[in-house]
Write a protein that binds this ligand. Structure first.
Ligand code: GDP
Length: 478
């Protein structure tokens, strides 16, 4: 039972190696101090320097967060318009945008950027951020207050907004003198961004941005790998993350605590279907074909990957014997997919035939929502619960290109087997490949050398930033 397990936990484990601090009200966010119960032992330890920077950030957030005197001053300056005195507190505002997996990855990226630039991170609550996540920082909320002056303009921000950083560079309207800098800039880091927007990743622009009190960020990408290529951040990043392949793992565990509502979905499901199994295999099926499926070539791919990599045992179609009398080894498969088709096929296969190893395979899938429904609260709660449940599995199989899968692998701290993206409705060969690291892939990185002012392959500049397994032009930390 959880309660006994909980009291057995050492404080260090409960606080995830010091990532978390004690003192939060436990009842209002049960997952915060219970999550470690559901994880294997801590294998990736955060660096002492990361821990000290998180404590510094918490102090900054306490001082500058919503409804503090300094926050009110900075907002006042924003209201009063153009010319800028440097405010004591600077902010990066994360805009709610794109699917839930994308949101989680971009929020972690924005937080790292805030830590690197001594900014306070504030979160546009959108439809359901408060419904899905607990507050990560002590005392002061991370949610942007409703009366924030630019809130009603968020939906209009685009690449051609007057305060868009890239647009101002393109039209030569960004004056470098401090008096003429605007009080806020809109950063367009969405996958369709252009060469001017991408100058965000250059040191020279970072120097300018550091003098602007408010940055409003819209992105659907995990842009952390490219932060590692900005020389002025290099030193700090290598101190924060001596092992470069666990950035999201640590930041994700620090930031994203499921709300009690979602924690209920997670823990009930886990106790009902997964906790008694000898091994839990997570299989995340995200299909980017048009039409809802299920597709034959995807089912073949799932089987071919899991059998070849010995993640699941083969069945013996000639043998109809029952399981031996002594307790058989049980593997629980946790599938997630918008469709129920793959789950039904796999479950039927292991019901109709015995395995060659004598193991028993139990196949489960929490939901089949048919299609993406970004605006619906109950739908997003299930999506978050499923990402989290996947992260609790012992072995993980994910789908190429999917941020949903990246979140699961990152939180769980495991290198998944990635099901390659199928082309022309055919099963790829090989069907899957083991990931190089647990880090998410940056799908739309810049390919630009800021110093030489020319295009380069940013995937070969340093050994720890490479092209992704599942997307040849993407970048990931290894
Ligand atoms: P990505 O599109 O795979 O990168 O992941 P996102 O999470 O950003 O967007 C996909 C959205 O579709 C999710 O947030 C869910 O709303 C929905 N979705 C996709 N796959 C699943 C699934 O397996 N289970 C559930 N419950 N929802 C899913």
């Amino acid at each position: 039972g959880s309660e006994n397990g909980f009291s057995r936990l050492s404080n260090r484990d409960k606080l995830i190696g010091g990532l978390l601090i004690p003192g939060f009200d436990e009842g209002s966010c049960l997952s915060r101090y219970q999550s470690s119960l559901y994880r294997r032992t801590l294998t990736h330890r955060p660096s002492p320097y990361l821990l000290s920077k998180l404590r510094d950030y918490e102090a900054l957030h306490r001082r500058c967060g919503p409804h503090t005197k300094l926050y009110d001053e900075a907002v006042e300056q924003l209201r009063s318009g153009s010319s800028v005195r440097l405010t004591e507190c600077k902010y990066v505002v994360w805009m709610s945008y794109s699917g839930l997996g994308n949101k989680i990855l971009t929020l972690a990226s924005a937080f790292l950027y805030a830590v690197l630039t001594d900014r306070v991170l504030l979160v546009d609550p959108g439809k359901d951020m408060a419904d899905l996540f607990c507050e990560p920082f002590p005392e002061k909320t991370w949610l942007l207050p409703n009366d924030f002056p630019l809130m009603d303009q968020f939906s209009n921000f685009n690449q051609k907004s007057p305060n868009c950083h890239g647009y101002m560079l393109k039209t030569n309207t960004l004056n470098e003198s401090t008096e003429a800098l605007p009080s806020y800039l809109y950063l367009h880091l969405v996958h369709d961004y252009d060469d001017h927007d991408k100058l965000f990743f250059c040191d020279q622009e970072q120097a300018l941005l550091s003098r602007v009190p408010w940055l409003i960020l819209k992105t659907d990408n995990y842009f952390v790998p490219s932060l590692f290529l900005i020389p002025s951040f290099e030193h700090e990043l290598s101190n924060l993350f001596p092992q470069k392949d666990n950035v999201f793992h640590h930041l994700g565990q620090y930031l994203f605590h499921p709300s009690n509502h979602v924690w209920g979905l997670i823990t009930r499901y886990y106790e009902a279907y997964l906790s008694s199994a000898d091994e839990v295999i997570g299989i995340q099926v995200r299909v980017f074909e048009s039409g809802s499926g299920p597709f034959e070539h995807i089912m073949d791919q799932i089987l071919s990957c899991t059998l070849q990599e010995k993640i699941l045992p083969d069945v013996d179609k000639e043998d109809f014997s029952s399981v031996p009398l002594e307790r058989p080894r049980v593997k629980a498969v946790l599938m997630t997919s918008l469709s129920s088709g793959y789950y039904e096929k796999l479950r039927t296969l292991y019901w109709e035939y015995p395995t060659t190893t004598g193991e028993v395979i139990a196949v489960h899938q929490p939901s089949y929502e048919m299609y993406q429904q970004t605006e619906k609260k109950a739908h997003n709660r299930k999506a978050w619960a499923e990402m989290y449940l996947l992260s609790m599995s012992d072995v993980l199989v994910t789908s190429a290109w999917s941020t949903f899968g990246y979140v699961a692998q990152g939180l769980g701290g495991s290198k998944p087997w990635i099901l390659y993206k199928a082309e022309n409705m055919t099963t790829p060969d090989p069907a899957c490949r083991r990931a190089m690291s647990m880090e998410p892939c940056f799908h739309a990185p810049p390919f630009y050398d800021c110093k030489a002012k020319k295009g380069i392959d940013t995937g070969v500049v340093v050994p720890h930033v490479r092209h992704c397994e599942d997307m040849s032009w993407g970048l990931k930390l290894v």
